[in-house]
Design a protein around this ligand. Structure first.
Ligand code: G3P
Length: 220
């Protein structure tokens, strides 16, 4: 499973990329709005840092505007993937941009059939949102399970990029279902590493090793 970071914060990305487990980054207008400076310059810095796919979202809502912005975003850096919302205009723009060899990540997907349309339109990635469905008491994992089944039934090449991830269980279930990618906030990635028994076990190992050092007359 590939792990992407769902943030536009360069310092967080620099730190977590150093772990050696991060394969890409996703941004959106909200995440970029939280950062200082020129968003396009920041996107290039993120591309140079992660050296993997970096999703950058159009803000136009009309087909021609999405196509224009998508071409502009794609020209920023070879790692840029153009993020386009799942609308009629988004489908039209995705068909055109994917036909030009520009990778598209169709986003704001909440049903398996929206995902099916995204794949048919030529999207390279599709982003089903889990947390926002859970927020309205709609079983997100049931949706994801159906979505994965549809993608497998028709052998679409499009990669499932699970988004709106709020906690490790979303990551676990996405992995169980065979999703290609999860994009996680830095907080969730940090949660994936931690377990109290790991900390307790390491402390015991180090404590017991001190006895060896004492026995050998070595400084602790
Ligand atoms: O970036 C797309 C998605 O991951 C947003 O997540 O938490 O705002 O629903 P969230």
């Amino acid at each position: 499973m590939k792990i992407f970071l769902d943030t536009a914060n360069l310092k967080e990305i620099q730190e977590l990329v150093s772990w050696g487990v991060v394969d890409g980054v996703t941004t959106n207008p909200t995440l970029l709005s939280r950062e200082e400076g020129d968003p396009h310059e920041l996107l290039v810095q993120i591309c140079e840092t992660v050296q993997g796919p970096v999703s950058a979202e159009v803000v136009a809502t009309d087909t021609e505007g999405m196509i224009r912005e998508g071409r502009e975003l794609a020209s920023l850096h070879p790692h840029i993937v153009v993020k386009i919302p799942m609308t009629v205009e988004g489908l039209q723009a995705t068909r055109v941009l994917s036909g030009e060899g520009i990778r598209v990540n169709m986003t704001l997907i909440f049903t398996p059939l929206q995902a099916l349309l995204a794949a048919k339109a030529g999207a390279r990635f599709l982003s089903p949102f889990l947390g926002r469905l859970d927020d309205i008491a709609t079983p997100a994992l049931d949706m994801l399970s159906d979505l994965v089944t549809l993608m497998e039934n028709y052998e679409f090449e499009t990669e499932i990029l699970v988004a709106s991830v709020r906690h490790p269980i979303h990551v676990l279930e996405a992995a169980r279902m065979g999703a290609d990618i999860v994009t996680v906030p830095p907080k969730v990635l940090r949660q994936l590493v931690k377990h109290p028994l790991t900390d307790i076990g390491l402390e015991k190992f180090l404590e017991d090793w001190k006895k060896v050092q004492e026995r050998l007359g070595q400084p602790a």
